[in-house]
Design a binder for this molecule. Sequence first.
Ligand code: SF4
Ligand code: SF4
Length: 80
Amino acid sequence: METASMRWVKEIKIDLDTCKGCKNCFNACFVDVIRWNAEAKKPVVAYSEDCVWCLACEAACPVQAIEVVPIIPAPLRVSF
Ligand code: SF4
Ligand code: SF4
């Protein structure tokens, strides 16, 4: 039986070398999956299990440094 917390995402990849530290992804994530490392001025994936695969962080990144990898099977993805 499915629990209340459904997992959508397998992995959230952030290329910290490409990242420009603009903080857009942190501001875009409304469920606090992405936290901010103020010292390094880089994002940190803190609670990937809470990610709802909205892709707001990916869309907000000006340098395409983020890739949110969903769990759902490939045939379903091509229908979007
Ligand atoms: S896909 Fe949405 S919920 Fe997941 S980390 Fe990005 S902004 Fe947050
Ligand atoms: S939106 Fe992209 S460039 Fe900006 S902090 Fe996040 S990963 Fe880095």
